[in-house]
Structures are given as structure tokens and as C-alpha cells.
Design a protein around this ligand. Structure first.
Ligand SMILES: Cc1cc2nc3c(=O)[nH]c(=O)nc-3n(C[C@H](O)[C@H](O)[C@H](O)COP(=O)(O)OP(=O)(O)OC[C@H]3O[C@@H](n4cnc5c(N)ncnc54)[C@H](O)[C@@H]3O)c2cc1C
Length: 522
């Protein structure tokens, strides 16, 4: 990738030089990136703006599964499972450097559980059809103990092993932003939509933006505007029509990250029914284990949600009931919370865990297009559905989607998942040559973070802050919050040099990172 194409000055220049965009997408999470990529694939002039960093919101805080959704099958939502299983297969094909096959094991402690999960998971395989990642099987007690060392053995009857996908959410978001740019669009972080423009008929035809780094105001014209702001969609709907009814209800999900010693397995553990009726996962990720999640209705939506004590205790207690080495708060390396943007239920009250995860498109009278709900796994299909809806509503000529076979930046086959830089995909070799040439020490041996990765993130991956680098270009903050705080001053030094920033900038960056990262520590 040419670093000029991701250079901020150049991207801002392209925004001001373009008199008219076909599509303006608000929000740089999974939804917005999916919509923008879809639009580009159909040949539209597309601009995506993100008020903070790409995936700063919910899209960096998922369980990291590319999955059909075993839980949705239990709820009888076969349509969603079928759609997600197909999308899982496509994402696996288009980003093989980030999506890997992951075996999951459901430990069973009774005959009925064995029967229920064996039949249920066979059905799960069948729904995926040709795009299934592998066939589920029942494994003996001995095999289960071998595959899940540390699992509670008392009463264990065996396990059901099945296949799903696992990924790195924020890395995928960055690679999608790069793909959008490579394909001729603009995707830019730290640019916020502050107002909507309408013509004399009340139809939206553009927006006011602010470059939040410099404070520069920009106006853009666009033939269609997409509200892909996740839990913030109601703020944009209010800009369109003050007093609009609420469309979203947010539900918080928390994960804790533990050392591998608590669950030293290549397989993931799936606990299908916790005491609150949810599913709990323990998934190996970047040499650690991610355990979660919860489902807590939340009133105030913020970009940096905070885990509640009761959520942390619930995860540790539930995981502890299945593991022989019980984790405590002192063992938590990092805790992170994310908000699900669920379509608010119409009519009778539902619990958030029962609300469907399928997506929904709303078209306002002003022709503002809003996406509600959805999943990372189905981000591509959500984009396709949105573009179909825009073409239909605005009576544009119908075009066909090109994303089902489009390779995402970094695409490379035969990924070596053991390599510390595997997640750079096709960029890995070039980055590695720079690392060798630099002859400097690791910033963190524990997390395999090298100074050259900071340089790379600034010039190729649009990293603008210390947090961008430590949270979403690498996953240091999510993997080990204390270690990320230790290396933050070195990261700030390197970034200041590469971005040509001052001592004041450095101090402000460190203060901001320390404030955010405190929330990830217990
Ligand atoms: C705990 C949890 C676990 C999950 N696990 C999985 C999983 O394992 N697999 C899976 O498939 N899905 C999972 N999901 C669902 C998935 O993560 C979400 O559906 C998805 O990330 C939502 O993306 P989004 O783009 O809609 O929202 P977001 O990622 O929140 O993006 C919206 C963006 O809009 C920006 N924005 C807001 N206002 C403005 C403005 N005025 N101008 C410009 N930008 C603005 C925000 O800054 C934000 O970055 C999980 C969700 C949660 C909460």
C-alpha cells in the first residue's frame, strides 16, 4: 500500500476536492465499513467518516467470533444462523489472514446434554451447508480432558466438538478501511458529522463535518447518507428530526482476559447455559484467553463503557465453575466492555438477550438510511442489503454487489498463526524486513510489540493517537492493560517523531491513554 494514500492531509484534500459524493457513510465500525466497501464495489463515489478511530466503538469489543451463532439456533432463529453461516464462510475466504477455523468444545455432564448438543450441533453444521468449517463430533471423557486441560472432571461425560471462526475485530476494521481507500474511496478517522443538510423538499443532500484534530469545518454534498453509528444512531436521527422516537436499546457485554495458564488449550470452551441463561465462551486469542460475555441493559451510551463489578464477578464465577484453576480478580490482565446496538423491541417488553441480533434498515422521510442491530459476522451482507435499499428507495439504477469475492487488505493464504506478526497478512514480510533493518529491541517482549510497528501504524494504518496503536493496531490494552501502560511512553515518543508532534502533544497523549486504560485494569 502506498503510504501517500493513507496520509491524513491527502485524505482531507480529497474530501474538499470532491464536489459531490454518491454516498456519505457516518461511522467507522463494522456496519459503516461494510456499507462503504459495498458501495465502492458497485462503483459509487464513497466517503466514510468516523468521529474517533475506526472500531473505537463496539467493533473492537466483540467476543472475536465469526460465527453462525449457536445461541440463535437455540432461540429458533434459523434464518439468522443460515445467513451468518454463509457470511462466516465468505469472510473466512476473503480475509484468511484474520479469520481462522476454531474448534469449540461443549463439555457435557449428563446424558440429556450429550443428546441435546449432539443433535443441535449437527443441525448447526447442516445449516451452513457447503460453507461449514467442519463437522461436529461427540468426544469421550478422556479426549475432552486431554483437549480441555483444566476442565472440571467431576461428573463429566464427554464433550461435543464443533467448528466456528475466530478473528481479530479491530484489525479487520483497519484492513477494511485500507481496502476502501485502495478501491478508490475515502475512509477517514477523527472526522465527525455535526449536522445534516437538506434540499427545499426536505431530502438530505449532504452534511457538516468537523476535523476533530484541527477543528476545521467541512461541508460535503452527497446523494445518499447512511447512519451507521451503532449505539449512537439515535443522535443522528435527532439531527434529522428532533424528537424522533428511540430506535436502539443498548446492552453491555463484558469480557475478561486471562493468562493461558487458566485454560491451556488450542480449543475454545463453550458453556451453553449459564445461570442467567446465556452462553459463555473461553476463547484462545493472541496467546491469552478471552472469557465472556454478559448482557446488561444500559441507559447511557458512551464510547468507552465501563465493566460493572457484578459482570466481572459473574464471568469469573461461571468460568471458575468449569475450570480447576479458578480465576480471581487479581488474575485479570484486562477487562473490556462493549455495547450492542440492538433494534429496540416494538410492543411488549423483552429481555435484551432475547432481542434478535438480525439487522434492520430504517428509511426516514428525509431519505436518511439508518442501520440497526447486526453482527460483525454479517457486516458484508448488511452492506449489501443497505445498498439494495438505497438503490430501490432513490430509484437508482440497480447494480450488483462485488464484495462476496473481494479480498480484504492483507489477504494471504497459509497464515502461520504462531507468528507474532501473522495479523499483518500480506504486509507481514515487508514489516518484518523493516524490523530486521531497525535492529532495535522489542518494546514489549511479552506482547511481541516492536518500535517498527508503531512507525508502520502511523504511515500505513492511520494511527493518530497512542491509544489507536495500543488498542486497535495492536491489541496490547485488551491483552494486558498494565503492560500496555508500561510501554505507552515509548509509543508516544515514536509517534511524536513520526507525526512531527511536540512535547505538549506527547504529554496530552499519555494523560489521555492513562485515563482510558485505567478502566481496563482491575
Ligand atoms: C460484547 C459483545 C460481543 C460481541 N461479539 C460478537 C462476536 O463474537 N461476533 C459477531 O459477529 N458480533 C459480535 N458482536 C456484535 C458486533 O460487535 C456489533 O454488531 C458491531 O461491532 C457493531 O458495529 P457498528 O459499526 O454498528 O457499531 P460501532 O462499532 O459502535 O461503530 C459506530 C461508530 O460510529 C461512530 N460515530 C458515532 N457518531 C458519529 C458521528 N456523529 N460522526 C462520525 N462517526 C460517528 C462511533 O464513534 C463508532 O465508532 C458483539 C457485540 C458485543 C457488544
Amino acid at each position: 500500500m502506498n503510504p501517500e494514500s493513507t496520509n491524513r492531509k491527502n485524505l482531507l484534500g480529497r474530501i474538499t476536492n470532491q464536489a459531490q459524493w454518491d454516498l456519505l457513510v457516518i461511522g467507522g465500525g463494522a456496519t459503516g465499513l461494510g456499507v462503504a466497501l459495498e458501495a465502492i464495489s458497485r462503483g459509487y463515489k464513497t466517503l466514510l467518516v468516523e468521529q474517533a478511530d475506526f472500531a473505537k466503538g463496539t467493533s473492537s469489543r466483540s467476543t472475536k467470533l465469526v460465527h453462525g451463532g449457536v445461541r440463535y439456533l437455540a432461540q429458533g432463529d434459523v434464518k439468522l444462523v443460515r445467513e451468518a453461516s454463509i457470511e462466516r464462510g465468505l469472510l473466512h475466504r476473503n480475509a484468511p489472514h484474520l479469520v481462522k477455523d476454531q474448534t469449540f468444545i461443549v463439555p457435557v455432564y449428563s446424558f440429556w446434554s450429550r443428546l441435546k448438543y449432539s443433535i443441535g450441533l449437527k443441525l448447526y453444521d447442516r445449516i451452513a451447508g457447503k460453507l461449514s468449517l467442519g463437522h461436529s463430533v461427540f468426544i469421550s471423557k478422556e479426549e475432552t480432558i486431554k483437549k480441555l486441560p483444566g476442565i472440571k472432571t467431576q461428573g463429566l461425560k464427554g464433550g461435543v466438538l464443533y467448528y466456528d471462526g475466530q478473528f481479530d475485530d479491530s484489525r479487520l476494521a483497519i484492513n477494511l478501511a485500507q481496502t476502501i481507500i485502495e478501491q478508490g474511496g475515502v475512509a477517514i478517522n477523527y472526522v465527525k458529522v455535526t449536522g445534516l443538510h437538506k434540499n427545499a423538499n426536505g431530502t438530505i443532500n449532504g452534511a457538516s463535518l468537523i476535523d476533530t484534530e484541527s477543528g476545521t469545518l467541512l461541508n460535503v454534498n452527497a446523494k445518499a447518507l447512511v447512519n451507521a453509528t451503532g449505539v449512537f444512531v439515535d443522535d443522528i436521527l435527532q439531527m434529522d428530526k428532533p424528537g424522533s422516537a428511540k430506535t436502539i436499546c443498548a446492552s453491555q457485554g463484558v469480557h475478561v482476559v486471562l493468562s493461558k495458564s487458566f485454560f491451556p488449550s488450542e480449543h475454545a470452551l463453550m458453556i451453553p447455559q449459564t445461570s442467567d441463561g446465556r452462553v459463555l465462551f473461553a476463547v484462545p486469542w493472541h496467546n491469552k484467553v478471552v472469557v465472556g460475555t454478559t448482557d446488561t441493559p444500559i441507559k447511557d451510551v458512551v464510547l468507552e463503557p465501563v465493566a460493572l463489578d457484578k459482570e466481572i464477578d459473574f464471568i469469573l464465577d461461571t468460568a471458575g465453575a468449569y475450570l480447576t484453576k479458578k480465576p480471581t480478580r487479581n488474575d485479570v490482565l484486562s477487562v473490556f466492555a462493549g455495547l450492542r446496538p440492538l433494534a429496540a423491541p416494538q410492543g411488549e417488553q423483552q429481555q435484551t438477550k432475547e432481542i434478535s441480533r438480525s439487522h434492520k434498515i430504517i428509511v426516514s422521510p428525509s431519505k436518511l438510511f439508518t442501520m440497526l442491530g447486526g453482527k460483525w459476522t454479517t457486516y458484508r451482507k448488511m452492506g449489501e442489503d443497505m445498498l439494495d435499499s438505497i438503490e430501490k428507495e432513490l430509484q437508482w439504477q440497480f447494480t450488483t454487489s462485488g464484495t462476496a469475492t473481494m479480498h480484504i487488505h492483507g489477504y494471504s493464504e497459509n497464515t502461520n498463526w504462531q507468528h507474532p506478526f501473522y495479523y499483518y497478512g500480506s504486509d507481514e514480510a515487508f514489516l518484518e524486513s523493516q524490523v530486521k533493518a531497525a535492529k532495535s529491541d522489542w518494546l514489549s517482549e511479552e506482547l511481541h510489540i516492536h518500535p517498527q510497528q508503531v512507525v508502520w501504524a502511523v504511515h500505513y494504518e492511520m494511527a493518530r493517537t497512542v491509544e489507536d496503536f495500543l488498542s486497535r493496531r495492536t491489541r496490547a490494552l485488551f491483552l494486558d492493560a498494565a503492560e500496555s501502560r508500561r510501554i505507552a511512553p515509548d509509543v508516544a515518543n515514536i509517534m511524536a517523531i513520526e507525526l512531527g508532534e511536540s512535547e505538549t502533544w506527547k504529554a496530552a497523549q499519555l494523560a489521555a491513554f492513562n485515563q482510558v486504560s485505567e478502566k481496563y485494569l482491575l
